[in-house]
Design a protein around this ligand. Structure first.
Ligand SMILES: Cc1cc2nc3c(=O)[nH]c(=O)nc-3n(C[C@H](O)[C@H](O)[C@H](O)COP(=O)(O)OP(=O)(O)OC[C@H]3O[C@@H](n4cnc5c(N)ncnc54)[C@H](O)[C@@H]3O)c2cc1C
Ligand code: SF4
Ligand code: SF4
Length: 379
């Protein structure tokens, strides 16, 4: 029997591996909430010059039980890392076992380069579902703000809301650069026809770089400024009873959250699907807060981004450890590993672990030296 995994043994139901199993994620990890499924790319179509609609279908009629607003990771054999992408349609509007993604190409990007060729018919591994972004259960007005390929999760959420005939008003602001960057405008506008009777669904595209003299009659400027000046200040949107849903690049989300916060909307009423990327910091685990509950291990998208270590040693100039000794059952007698460590080279910045940790022990803001439990006990 050959295997790329040196050893696997159960620890609270979570298998540990000594070597990198990223390249062979062909089966579900026992008890993990993230399922790893083989799939095929069924189509790759241009939505704009630099944005694709990618559709994948799971092999063998398998399904993933996801909800609107969640995301998955895609990993092609040719690539050494997966990338996170939001499910762009509500499960109620997808065919069984199929998933659609809106993917923006980034110059020189790993996955972006992969999509330079049409990949229809190729195999791909889809892992998921991940994330807690979803429509809440209140009846308050929905303010949705998306930018670029952040159309994905918001599209899924409004499709779901329309399907369930939620009795809420919904204002969907979409930021793009110019008319050539808009897509699915007719389809989204038509959601109003399916919306609950007596309630408003309004789609408001806003362009930031559209030429002054063009025929564009819609909103102009940054989407968050446009929302503030034309809907918030004028009282069209009532902030005393609203929930906000953001999806897209972190700067747009931060700007939108600030506008709403200044208008008195609490953080509890704002929900985000932030497209962190390789420029974002890798999170750090504060092992003095960690209770080894394993929640982060149950949601991690790659085998080696969070590792269970027996020891950390050999500080590098950047403060990270040069020698990371993985837990080896042959030398570890206890049930528990010593310290959890995020390997920033393997981390794809999905922040799934940050959201999953019930003890606030994982944060991109932590300016911490990772410590072994022994260090912590000695302090
Ligand atoms: C939860 C989550 C959901 C996501 N959902 C989507 C989605 O639905 N659609 C989608 O298109 N993307 C989504 N992303 C972003 C996606 O995961 C990748 O980061 C993005 O596609 C770039 O991947 P890449 O491999 O092509 O580039 P990389 O190889 O990761 O990056 C190449 C270079 O480009 C820089 N870079 C990365 N992104 C950008 C950018 N937007 N603008 C400028 N420079 C950049 C990097 O810092 C790096 O220097 C999501 C991210 C997260 C965390
Ligand atoms: S953010 Fe957390 S869960 Fe996501 S890849 Fe990095 S370490 Fe893993
Ligand atoms: S989720 Fe938080 S507390 Fe639990 S093992 Fe991970 S870091 Fe530790």
């Amino acid at each position: 029997m050959s295997s790329k995994i040196d050893f696997v043994y159960p620890n609270n139901g979570v298998p540990h591996s000594k070597t990198n199993v990223e390249s062979a994620p062909q089966s579900d990890v026992q008890n993990s909430r993230v399922k790893i499924k083989n799939a095929i790319i069924t189509s790759q179509e241009n939505l704009t010059d630099d944005t694709f609609l990618l559709t994948v279908k799971l092999d063998n009629n398998e399904v993933l039980n996801s909800h609107a607003g969640q995301y998955g990771t895609l990993k092609a054999d040719e690539l050494d890392k997966p990338r996170a992408f939001s499910f762009a349609k509500s499960p109620t509007s997808e065919k069984k076992g199929e998933f659609s993604f809106f993917i923006k190409q980034v110059p020189g990007g790993l996955f972006s380069e992969y999509l330079k060729e049409n990949r229809t018919g190729q195999k791909i591994v889809l892992s998921g579902p991940m994330g807690q972004f979803k429509i809440d259960e209140s009846n308050e007005d929905m303010i949705c703000i998306a930018g670029g390929s952040g159309m994905s999760a918001i599209n899924a959420i409004v499709e779901e809301a329309a399907h369930n005939k939620v009795k809420r008003n919904c204002y969907f602001f979409y930021g793009a650069r110019a008319q050539k960057d808009l897509y699915l405008v007719d389809e989204i506008s038509k959601i109003s026809e399916k919306w609950a009777n007596g309630y408003t669904f309004k789609f408001i595209p806003v362009l930031s770089e559209e030429p002054e003299d063009s025929d564009w009659k819609g909103g102009r400027g940054f989407v968050t400024d446009y929302f503030k000046d034309n809907y918030l200040k004028t009282g069209v949107v009532k902030t005393e009873s609203c929930k906000a849903f953001f999806c897209g690049p972190p700067p747009m989300i931060n700007a939108g959250a600030k506008v709403l916060e200044e208008a008195g909307v609490s953080q509890d009423s704002m929900f985000f699907d932030k497209f962190e990327d390789a420029r974002s910091p890798a999170p750090v685990i504060d092992n003095s807060k960690c209770v080894l509950c394993d929640e982060c291990l149950l949601v991690k998208p790659t085998a080696d981004c969070i590792v269970e270590t027996a020891s950390l040693s050999g500080k590098k100039e950047n403060g990270k450890f040069a020698n990371i000794e993985r837990v080896n059952p042959a030398f570890t007698s206890g049930l528990y590993y010593n310290t959890l460590y995020i390997d920033e080279d393997k981390c794809i910045r999905c922040y799934a672990c940050v959201h999953a940790c019930p003890h606030d022990a994982i944060s991109p803001q932590h300016d911490l030296e990772p410590k072994t439990l022994r260090n912590i006990v000695e302090i």
